[in-house]
Design a protein around this ligand. Structure first.
Ligand code: BT5
Length: 324
């Protein structure tokens, strides 16, 4: 049922701008004209506008802004990342599904993406608001052969990839706030959550959860978030095609991930520092147990933040929230 419909959609998308005959569709899909008609009706219910003309066939006139597999694949050229896509209308958390798929040995690069999350999660048990139809809520499964303590580097790699993709798709210049936030005009538009599956010091999988407020309207945010959160649409006054942005992120990540596996963290560190808003500024760092103030000096080869306090002493910050 569902995969037949996706196949049909792919066919219509490949031949956008012209009609695809009923005969061609039924040959390609191996189904009857009545079955095709049924799938066309279902697609129309999902918001696709499809023209049907006797003796000519079907033509796709308009595709809604969705993050389904065919919509993403239409824009995607990457080879390993997002080769396998698991799309869901509504889930508690894409991290949860990715964790399960990973235990079931799904291939590296599998992407789980949902139109809505009802229990999206942030770090340290915090929650992540993920309203329906307007954001990108996705989890990517990687299986890098790296030591456990290097895994935070992948959060920074993801952040750089997202910032680059936002620039390529919208022209907007995002800033990265260590370790995992991406800001537009000082407000949070993206959050990244990296979770690990490991045994002693061997990594089975790194699950990178990325939440992007794409076309989220101000009224969709909880009142408590309205001063600190924003979306690409709020800042740019324009609807952004979510599937295109997902594809662009996957391509940027694919390039940087290969670079990382081959040559290490060096280039990513440089790129990251170029996007970082806090380097050279005075910040306050809050960990679970304490607070520190000082100047953010940069990050180490491991991706650890270096903070110089007022006595000139350098502190290594592994995980914290920072304030500017
Ligand atoms: C994060 O945590 O920023 C990581 C968010 C990761 C979300 C993705 S979505 C796909 C995948 N599946 C999941 O379940 N999660 C991942 P943290 O740094 O702890 O920030 C959380 C804080 O950000 C909250 O306490 C709120 O203050 C704020 N917040 C919540 N929802 C937000 C939103 N949509 N936009 C901006 N800020 C938000």
């Amino acid at each position: 049922g569902k995969s037949m419909r996706q196949h049909l959609l792919q066919l219509l998308m490949e031949q956008r701008g012209s009609f695809v005959s009923g005969q061609e569709i039924s040959d390609e899909l191996g189904c009857s004209r009545t079955a095709i008609w049924k799938h066309i009706s279902e697609l129309r219910k999902e918001g696709y506008v499809i023209d049907a003309v006797q003796r000519k066939g079907y033509q796709l006139m308009y595709a809604p802004n969705r993050v389904t597999e065919p919509e993403i694949k239409r824009h995607l050229q990457s080879t390993v990342l997002a080769k396998h896509i698991r799309y869901e209308e509504s889930v508690k958390s894409t991290q949860e599904i990715a964790q399960r798929l990973s235990y079931e040995h799904c291939p590296e690069g599998t992407l789980v993406i949902a139109d809505e999350q009802t229990g999206g999660r942030g770090r340290l048990g915090r929650s992540w608001q993920s309203p329906k139809g307007s954001g990108i809520w996705m989890s990517l499964i990687l299986r890098p052969d790296i030591p456990l303590q290097k895994s935070p580097q992948l959060t920074l790699l993801a952040a750089v990839s997202v910032a680059k993709a936002i620039y390529k798709t919208t022209g907007m210049q995002a800033e990265i706030k260590w370790p995992n936030d991406i800001l537009l005009n000082g407000k949070k538009a993206v959050g990244i959550l990296t979770e690990l599956q490991a045994e002693s010091d061997r990594i089975h999988a790194v699950i990178i959860g990325i939440g992007i407020n794409v076309n989220v309207a101000e009224t969709e945010f909880d009142p408590s978030l309205r001063d600190i959160a924003t979306s690409l649409k709020i800042e740019g006054n324009e609807d952004v095609n979510r599937a295109k942005l997902v594809a662009c992120i996957m391509e940027e990540m694919e390039t940087l991930y290969h670079e990382y596996l081959q040559n290490g963290f060096g280039l990513i560190k440089l790129l990251w520092e170029g996007y970082a808003e806090s380097i050279g500024k005075r910040i306050r760092v809050r960990t679970l147990h304490e607070q520190k103030e000082g100047i953010a000096k940069g990050i180490t080869e491991e991706g650890v933040l270096l903070l110089e306090d007022d006595l000139g002493e350098i502190h290594h910050i592994y995980s914290a929230d920072i304030e500017i």
